[in-house]
Design a protein around this ligand. Sequence first.
Ligand SMILES: Cc1cc2nc3c(=O)[nH]c(=O)nc-3n(C[C@H](O)[C@H](O)[C@H](O)COP(=O)(O)OP(=O)(O)OC[C@H]3O[C@@H](n4cnc5c(N)ncnc54)[C@H](O)[C@@H]3O)c2cc1C
Ligand code: SF4
Length: 467
Amino acid sequence: MPKIRPERLTMPVQDPKERRRNFREVALGFTPELAREEAERCIQCKNPFCEDGCPVHVPIREFIDLLQRDDPQGALAAILRTNALPAVCGRVCPQEDQCEKLCVLAKRYQPVAIGRLERYVADLARDAGRAVAPRRPRGPRVAVVGGGPAGLTAAGTLAGFGYRVTLFEALHTVGGVLMYGIPEFRLPKDIVRAEVEGIQALGVEIRTDAVVGQSPTVDELLEEGYEAVFLGTGAGLPRFLHIPGENLDGVYSANEFLTRVNLMGAWRFPEWDTPVRVGRRVAVIGAGNTAMDAVRTALRVGAEEAMIVYRRSPAEMTARHEEYEHAVEEGVQFRFLTNPQRILDDGEGRVRGLEVLTMELGEPDRSGRCRPVPVAGSEHVLAVDTVILALGTSPNPVVSRSLEGLEVAEWGGIRTDEHGATSRLRVYAGGDAVTGAATVILAMGAGKRAAQAIHRDLAQRGEAVGG
Ligand SMILES: Cc1cc2nc3c(=O)[nH]c(=O)nc-3n(C[C@H](O)[C@H](O)[C@H](O)COP(=O)(O)OP(=O)(O)OC[C@H]3O[C@@H](n4cnc5c(N)ncnc54)[C@H](O)[C@@H]3O)c2cc1C
Ligand code: SF4
């Protein structure tokens, strides 16, 4: 067996000093030489455990084998059998906790850089022009509500089975968080659009600006003749701290801030008439992926200083480690064990500071993470003029409130069985709308499982494609 290089290859990135002021993609992707060399590290295990770690079961061993044989188009075809969004997943999936965590090399060395190879394959094939002959399914009609990763995957899978799928999206564009949440410098929007086009080519009809629950309702869709409805409406409702000062000018939810910048062109202000008023010093409260995206976006739209304020320690951060490292390289400051108490008013309704308390770590709480405990008398003020709250999100109740008989958990998540079936016949759900804020690949896995369940259930009623 050839000797394995213990370290995986790193991906070239834009210089931090330059990139902190532009929206171009940070990570530049593997060159053909790097991809070839990294692919050679894969030992083609008889039992590819890596695949067990992928919620959509990408044939990882096979696609890397095809790369080793210098056949990237074949590698893409293999990936597309189970994953319609490979360029997206190659960029934003937390591979370190999924496929790469289970790679056998990880026992002694660094795992194969599966995500980087997936991205390489998807980008190369896209640049070469991925020619997909448009299809026209002729089967029964199914409605998909929400155009995020869950809805897109359900729609693509159902269209692949032969159903006529209509996808209803509330916004003017599809992609969900991939479009309105994750910034351009991490996930270019042209890439999302190209992968959405691939799903449309399977025959999925997309209707934007359609808020299901208002017009039409789910019941109306079923009455109109859709045999089943999949709800992939995500968790886009921001949470707040409920501390004094949250209504001041200069306070945003990360959701609003990122949507204005990503979807409404605020980063091009004044060329585009969508201002986000970002002052000189910005505090982002929270330490997940959303917080990292917000703080790095704040730098790019002109903040002189941008900091993360987090009541726990670095060990409890939920952001991907790579995103944290990139933020540090770009000059983001981190104030750990710091808990916001109130946002201070400058006397004219604008933010002039954030009063915080220093914390120390106590006993583990129910989540297993050490509970932060306030240090008495440690109040102090951080002189900031903008505060962005990135505290997590909950499912939006528009659909669930309008659908009688749909069981919903106390915190707002739609209740389903393990296949995505809800308490209402013919209505299925998956993704963040069911689990609360999670990950792209988990949402995709849920969309796929629900599509399979819809196909199975319709077949049992003799209503499936060819049934
Ligand atoms: C800023 C940010 C960064 C993130 N970074 C990462 C990351 O790096 N890696 C990762 O894996 N995950 C990341 N996530 C999480 C990930 O994006 C989500 O878990 C994933 O997008 C969930 O997919 P979904 O399809 O369930 O919902 P969403 O992506 O939220 O899509 C739901 C869609 O449904 C639409 N909708 C809602 N209600 C209705 C209605 N009534 N009618 C019609 N349409 C409706 C919404 O407009 C939206 O387009 C991030 C999240 C955020 C907010
Ligand atoms: S577990 Fe690692 S080495 Fe084995 S097939 Fe998967 S990627 Fe290759």
